[in-house]
Write a protein of this length. Sequence first.
Length: 202
Amino acid sequence: MILRGVHSVRHVDFCLAEKIGRVQTDSTMKKPEKIQNTSREPDVRYWICSSPVGRLLLVGTTQGLQALQFQDGTNPLNIHPTWKKNRESFRMVLEQLKEYFDGSRSRFQIPLNLRGTPFQQRVWRELQGIPYGRTVSYGDIARKLGNPQASRAVGLANGQNPVSIIVPCHRVIGSNGKLVGYGGGLSIKAALLQLEQPEVRL
């Protein structure tokens, strides 16, 4: 299933400021561990922008981007009351995201400040090495890490990736070639892959 509108990105007023307040989630919904520490850091900035795949929440500090989350999915991220809403802090991110959705950018050059276990960090580095327009399996990444039996652990680390799209966890698929688990939903995963591989029917 491909999201309607991916091929008409040039007609979208990308990342137009939205008049929204604090994002609310179900009180029983667990906040992902991958970005729990962010709220305790000084001077955390955030911005919410529109995109062809829904609203995106950007979170970061002067050290780099810490989160890019899909806010229209089943598990949006709560905005901490100490975070400061600031578009200018994410100008470079917004520009490069626009170019990506326009089809004119295949690689991001964004300072990142990823927080995770040593194993998660290794997996996320491997994700950043997956070329635009290509896909790999969890097993492929496990073998590159030197542990072919770690496919499940790779899948868990992939699911904890805090910076979607830019750290391209959407390029990881099942060993049978099928789309599997994605925080933003499989329709968004399919849309991103279709954007990068327009000649491939998903």
